[in-house]
Design a protein around this ligand. Structure first.
Ligand code: CA
Length: 224
C-alpha cells in the first residue's frame, strides 16, 4: 500500500482529503505545517507527498526546495487557482505534478497513482509497444527493426506516450511534461509534433496504427 504524506494546513480540507484517500486504499499521514512535513519526509520516508503551497510557517515553494535537498520523493503540489503562475516555479523546483484547488478525490487519486507509476518505472528501461521499440538510453527508435530518425522533441513525445501504452494523455499534460508549458496556449504544438511523428512512423492520421487521437481529450499509443 503506497504511503502518502499530505501537507495541508487547512483542517477541513485535510480531513476530507485524508479520509477520501484512505478509503481509496492509500496509507495516509498528514502534517499541518511545512516544517512538520519536512521532518516526516525524512523520518517516515513516504512514497509520495501532496504539498499545499499556501502554508502558515514556510512558503510551500521553500518547503519544496528544502525537501528536494534531502529527498527524491515524488511531490504533487496543490495550489489555489489564482496562484497558477506559482505552478511553473514549483515544477521547475522539482515538483512532479500539480493540482488546482478545489479538486475531487477521484482527480487527486488519479494524479497520485499516475505519479507513483512514473516513479516506479525504471527511467532508462526500453519501451516496447508492438513492433515499436523506444530506447531512452541511446535515444533510438526502431519500428519493426528499422531505425526511425526523430528530433529531440519528437523522441520525448513518443517516449512519453510509449511509457503509458493504452492510456489517454491530455495535450495539456504533454505541454506541461515535454514543453514545460503547464497552461497550454500553444495547443497546435502537440498536434504538429504528432503529425510529424505519424509521418515518420508511416501512419496516416485517418487510419492510425500506434498513435490514436481521442477527440477532445488527448492522444494514446496502442499496440496495433
Ligand atoms: Ca493552505
Amino acid at each position: 500500500m503506497p504511503d502518502v504524506l499530505v501537507i495541508e494546513d487547512e483542517a477541513s480540507i485535510r480531513t476530507v482529503l485524508v479520509r477520501a484517500l484512505t478509503e481509496r486504499g492509500l496509507a495516509v499521514a498528514w502534517a499541518a505545517t511545512g516544517m512538520d512535513g519536512l521532518q516526516q519526509v525524512v523520518v517516515a520516508r513516504p512514497d509520495l507527498v501532496l504539498l499545499d503551497l499556501g502554508l502558515p510557517d514556510v512558503d510551500g515553494l521553500e518547503v519544496l526546495k528544502m525537501l528536494r535537498a534531502v529527498s527524491a520523493v515524488p511531490v504533487i503540489v496543490a495550489t489555489a487557482r489564482d496562484d497558477e503562475p506559482v505552478v511553473v516555479q514549483a515544477l521547475n523546483s522539482g515538483a512532479d505534478d500539480y493540482v488546482i484547488k478545489p479538486f475531487s478525490a477521484e482527480h487527486i487519486e488519479a494524479r497520485i497513482r499516475a505519479v507513483l507509476r512514473r516513479a516506479t518505472t525504471e527511467p532508462d528501461a526500453v519501451l516496447v509497444v508492438g513492433e515499436l521499440v523506444v530506447d531512452p538510453r541511446s535515444r533510438e527508435v526502431r519500428l519493426a527493426g528499422r531505425l526511425i530518425e526523430l528530433t529531440p522533441k519528437e523522441f520525448e513525445l513518443l517516449a512519453y506516450l510509449a511509457g503509458r501504452p493504452g492510456e489517454v494523455v491530455t495535450k495539456r499534460e504533454l505541454l506541461a511534461e515535454i514543453w514545460r508549458q503547464p497552461y497550454g496556449g500553444a495547443d497546435k504544438t502537440v498536434d504538429v509534433h504528432l503529425s510529424w511523428l505519424r509521418r515518420k512512423l508511416g501512419e496516416p492520421a485517418s487510419d492510425p496504427r500506434y498513435l490514436h487521437t481521442v477527440r477532445g481529450v488527448g492522444v494514446k499509443i496502442v499496440e496495433p
